[in-house]
Design a protein around this ligand. Structure first.
Ligand code: GLC
Length: 442
């Protein structure tokens, strides 16, 4: 069994650390301008101009079952959909606002269609819910708000009552966790509280122009969620640690630990195919197929989950670039998912040879060597002699022969030793990204 003990938290994380791989979905009005999900504040778009996107929101090609099919085929076991992003537009039929999908030309509850379709496909269902809301009349104008530099911003902000907005969030979280069945993950985003001594963006801004757990009334918000769905996993972006740590758009180099106790935590790296979470037509920094696979392997090799994002078009489908990227995962996971599902960081006795990443099954019986840099003909691994019952390539189940102590190729000297194992590999890389050696341990 894995010797790694994760920090105990209120939610049920067992299924999560087994399934490892999920789909993030950023969908909203921002898909129409198609220039990033922060477009409203980046371009300080007026309410009147942004209303055009609401009035024209009609994802006529949206098919939740098709989204679920592509996620499942890519090997993803759960999904997290933006039920409301920073723009404040609700993809669900909320009774607390008119700024919702059921009032657009589309007219139907997308969150319902998503939850039903993904659950039917056997995937766990997660909701992203933005703490930030650039539409709500009681969300105080702050340093991120689209209206922050309006001439009359201070006047606009008068009367905005954060407590009314905090109650609005509790009411909507209650709707989301009551009306859509069992929800497995609640993904809040994000806090930016004003630090002591920090100069406010504008002197008149409430709370110094930032917002954090006190403004969200985060304790009450979390309590509301847990009363409704006690097993739900909640992330840490309210500024109150819960079940999930969420490094974003970077690859940690070691298993994330709790900043006070040093305990290993349950964590998930969230990343994008390109430089944007929302659909961004002209954004060209799409990751290569190898990068996509490397990132998944890197993450699981240090005990993390991997949440890869898709930003659907405003017509409601995944564009060809996203579809092609999902097919890369499909092609790799079809043959290699055994090194991901139910796996975690390898035990300390196993040291990854140069250019490889290791994962190990939770039951300790199987070790996986991911050949990130394909070695010529041999792979040597120290401290492995006597531990291997059988070795094979995972993608085609073909045996990998190995010798112990020496390679028999004039390898005398520093690189030999009784504990060394030499795996004999094809001189050229098999037709698979990051080939995996599966080792059945004695
Ligand atoms: C950042 C982005 C936000 C995105 C989130 C996903 O907070 O600002 O747009 O939804 O990352 O983790």
């Amino acid at each position: 069994m894995s010797s790694y003990v994760r920090r105990k938290t209120p939610g049920n994380t067992d299924w999560f650390v087994h399934d490892r791989f999920g789909m993030f979905i950023h969908f909203g009005l921002y898909a129409l301008p198609a220039r990033h999900e922060w477009i409203k504040t980046r371009e300080k778009i007026s309410e009147e101009k942004y209303q055009k996107y609401f009035d024209n929101f009609n994802p006529d090609l949206f098919d939740a079952k098709e989204w679920a099919r592509q996620a499942k085929e890519a090997g993803m076991k759960y999904a997290v959909l933006t039920t409301k992003h920073h723009e404040g537009f609700c993809l669900f039929d909320s009774q607390y606002t008119d700024y919702k999908v059921t009032n657009t030309p589309y007219g139907k509850d997308i969150v319902r269609e998503y939850a039903d379709a993904f659950r039917e496909a056997g995937l766990h269902v997660g909701f992203y819910y933005s703490l930030i809301d650039w539409h709500h009349p009681h969300f105080p104008i702050d340093r991120l708000h689209p209206r922050r530099d309006d001439e009359d911003a201070e006047q606009q902000d008068k009367g905005r009552d954060m407590k009314i907005y905090a109650e609005y969030m509790r009411n909507q979280v209650r709707e989301l966790l009551t009306n859509y069945g069992k929800i497995d993950v609640l993904w809040f985003d994000f806090s930016y509280s004003t630090k002591p001594g920090e100069t406010p963006y504008k002197p008149w801004m409430q709370f110094g122009g930032g917002k954090g757990k006190d403004q969200w009334e985060a304790e009450e918000l979390i309590k509301t969620a847990r009363e409704l769905q006690p097993e739900i996993m909640i992330d840490n972006r309210t500024e109150i640690d819960q079940d999930l740590w969420t490094p974003e758009q970077y690859q940690p180099m070691s298993w994330i630990r709790h900043k006070e106790t040093g305990e290993l935590v349950t964590w998930e790296a969230c990343q994008t195919f390109s430089g944007s979470w929302g659909y961004y037509r002209d954004e060209m920094s799409w990751k290569s197929p190898k990068m996509l696979i490397d990132m998944l392997i890197n993450t699981v090799s240090i005990g993390g989950n991997f949440l890869m994002n898709v930003g659907p078009t405003s017509r409601g489908y995944f564009d060809h670039r996203a579809e092609d990227a999902l097919k890369v995962y499909n092609n790799w996971m079809k043959y290699n998912s055994r090194s991901i599902y139910g796996c975690t960081m390898a035990e300390p006795e196993f040291v990854a040879p140069r250019g490889t990443r290791l994962t190990q099954s939770e039951d300790g019986k199987r070790l996986y060597i991911h050949l990130i840099e394909y070695p010529y003909a041999f792979l040597e691994m120290n401290n492995m002699a006597g531990k291997i019952d059988y070795a094979q390539f995972l993608h085609d189940g073909s045996e990998i022969l190995f010798t112990e102590g020496k390679s028999g190729h004039f390898s005398e000297g520093a690189t030999t030793g009784d504990n060394m194992v030499f795996f004999k590999l094809p001189q050229t890389q098999p037709p698979v990204i990051d080939p995996v050696i599966e080792i059945i341990l004695k």
